[in-house]
Every structure is written in structure tokens, then in C-alpha cells.
Design a protein around this ligand. Sequence first.
Ligand SMILES: Nc1ncnc2c1ncn2[C@@H]1O[C@H](COP(=O)(O)OP(=O)(O)OP(=O)(O)O)[C@@H](O)[C@H]1O
Ligand SMILES: [Mg+2]
Length: 296
Amino acid sequence: MEIINRRQRMASVARKLRRDEDKTIGLVPTMGALHDGHLSLVREARRMCDVVVVSVFVNPAQFGPGEDFARYPRDLTKDTTRLADYNVEYIFAPAVEEIYPKNFATYVTVEGLSEQFEGASRPGHFRGVATVLTVLFNTVRPDFAFFGQKDAQQTLVVKRLVRDLAFDTEVVVLPTVREESGLALSSRNNYLSREEREAAVVLYRALQRAKETYREGERSARKIAEAVRAAVEAEPRARLDYVGVTDAETMEKIERAADDRPVLVAVAAFVGKTRLIDNVVIQPARERRATGALTG
Ligand SMILES: Nc1ncnc2c1ncn2[C@@H]1O[C@H](COP(=O)(O)OP(=O)(O)OP(=O)(O)O)[C@@H](O)[C@H]1O
Ligand SMILES: [Mg+2]
């Protein structure tokens, strides 16, 4: 395993693998503080690709002014140890100036999609995400790039970015890894006290409520959202930021869940001072799903 800090070095290593050795490259972009969610992406990358590159970069451009960039958990030594177990070939861990050199002035915006939900609560967030991924994709030129469903809106932003700007990379989205309690793994769970960690399960519980409400026959997006809101409000340590009930593929707001399209229920809430997100995709009736027309 090699830890690469320089963009030039990363680019030349990747170029050689591609050109001279005809290897397929998988990229797993992360901000480090790795947990089993990240490692599920690494495992799939390992399975699908000849060479695995994990980037570890806390990207300042995707943090807002009042956010936690400075205190975000960083532990490259521990991350390296965890990745060694998966025989990862390269860790790309650049300094900020390596990605954003002096006079950096070019940003990428995925319009529309970036402005609602996470984007509305965190202005500029997806511009930061799309920009850093553009730099990473152009540096590594991965055949496959791996992302977690926990960040549902991000997966849609990335897919749109890749399609619109014609990146020669296939986006692979993998399921959310959870604790036994249901709590989605997240590096920001590190901020939670023991009591808050228990309270944080309310996001998962609220999403289960949404699913049950749907299974009981409710199709009104407003009513499904209301069930989520009520569940979150029942937990005194939690404060709802938003709940979105949308089309799962476009993230467009809907009034009613259609019979033939999956619905995304996405939620963000503060538990204490920590902001957490989670989501669930509700699949329509099984007969329709079996056609495969709704996936991809
Ligand atoms: N529980 C999880 N299951 C599957 N994938 C995950 C999970 N948590 C994060 N990921 C994915 O890992 C990748 C890197 O995410 P990131 O480094 O921001 O970790 P994170 O846990 O989301 O941290 P934070 O919550 O602080 O943003 C993203 O594609 C993200 O969707
Ligand atoms: Mg994240």
C-alpha cells in the first residue's frame, strides 16, 4: 500500500496502471475517519476492480462557514490500518493546497438538484462536492467510483455530474450500513455523547414509520412526511431540519406516491449540536419492480 500526497504522483500512477498494465481502477472518495460504511464501499471496489484507490480528503469547499471543517475527525494512521486489511493499493491523501492550488477559481455546480434539501440547509455544499469530485475523477480517471446510499442526494448529484460532463466513470451506489440499533454509520456519530447516540436512532425509527405509513396504504407525500416529523419530534434531544418525500430517482417533490416509482424519504435532524442525515427508499409493488425498469 502506498500513501500518495501529490496530485501529480497520483495522476501518473493511475495513468501507468491504465495504459501500461490495462488495469481497472476503483475510486472510493472519503473524508476519512473510516467506519464500516466506508469499508463496505472498499470491499465492493476490491471485488469489482483490479486496483483500489481510497481518497481521504476533508474537503473545505463542501463545508459552510459555521460548520465543522476545523474539528472534523482526522486520523490517517488509523484509516491506513483499516484499509490495509482490504489490500487497498493506494490511499490518496492530499493536503488542501494540492487540490486547491493558489488562484484556484473553477467550480462545478449541478444546478437545480443541488439547491434543495441538503443543498438548502448547506448552501454551497454540493458545489464543493461536485468540484472536488471533478478534480479527483480527472486525477485518478477511475473506471468505477463508489458511493453510499446514506447520502442519497449526493448520489444523484454525482450521477448527474458524471452524465452531464461525460466523465468516463461508472457510479456505483451501495446500501447504507447501520448499527444494530438502526443508526446509520457516519463519521459525525463520533460527536455524539452516549445519550445522544441513543437518541439518534430516532432518524431510523422515523423512516420506519414512513415505511409503515406507506404499507398501511397512505400515498400522500404530506401525510408520510407528517409521520416522520411526529416521530422525530417525540425525541426531545432531536430537532428536525427537513423531511423530504420525493421521487427516488429525480428527487423531485411529489404530491402522491405513484404505483410504479420508488419514493425517497430523506431526513435531516440535529441531535444535540450534531447534524445527521438518513433516508429510506420505498419500493412500489413487487410485480413492477420485477421488470427491472426502475433500477439503474
Ligand atoms: N453508513 C454508511 N453506509 C454506506 N456508505 C456510507 C455510510 N456512511 C457514509 N458512507 C459513504 O462513504 C462515502 C464517504 O462519506 P464521508 O467520508 O462523508 O463519511 P460520512 O460517514 O458520511 O461522514 P459525515 O457523516 O461526517 O459526512 C460517501 O459515499 C458516503 O455516502
Ligand atoms: Mg459524509
